[in-house]
Design a protein around this ligand. Sequence first.
Ligand SMILES: [Ca+2]
Ligand SMILES: [Ca+2]
Length: 244
Amino acid sequence: MTKRFLVFFAAILSVSALQVSAFTIPQTKYFSGTPSMSGSLTFNRFDNYGGTLVLQSIDISLTLQASGGYFILDNDNTSPVSGTFEFGANATIIGATDVILKDSSSQDIPAQAAAYHSGVFNLAADVDDDTGDYDPTGPDGMFYNGGIENSTTSGSIGNAFWSGFTGSGTGTYNINFSVTQRASCSGPDYIENQSSPPPSTFGFVTVLYTYEPVPEPATIALLTVGALALLKKRKHSKFIRHSA
Ligand SMILES: [Ca+2]
Ligand SMILES: [Ca+2]
């Protein structure tokens, strides 16, 4: 009976443990516009309700989508050139107020989100156009139409940097970002390049708190009393059966 009781009690505790498994609070703040741009996003601190909720982790992600725009390359060299080009946008976290955005290795997080197209170009020698005309026609020119590009980066705040994120009571902190156009090409000089209008961009920052409630002593005491009462009852009925 004692062994069965222990199994029974363990089962109750495991069910109880399942009920207090991790909970999450996600917060997502959006931004959009035309680079270059910057802004500040406001998030709520984690309220631990007087220590009854225990923070398990703080995860932060940065997502960027860039679309549209164009990139022109025009070779004005007397010989053919080839190389690579990139076109899109970068989103960067440029700081925060009241919190420190670093992981357990003290690296800044989340990393830059780079939503861009990477391609190659092969341009013939200049075909008698002028400097400054950014002529996109071939064979010495190229026109790239911006597509839809996506990028997400993420990281977990190191325990040593949790202090600004949590506490009893409410409060907020700000995460600051900037978005810049990404347009570049490799290769020799005298490749004219022009890009415009800058791609339109859309993105968001998500802060995810994972936490567990602290089991209240009263709950554990009730479970124990209930289990003991059951054991006592079973022992009593056993005694009655033997007496009969
Ligand atoms: Ca040319
Ligand atoms: Ca030209």
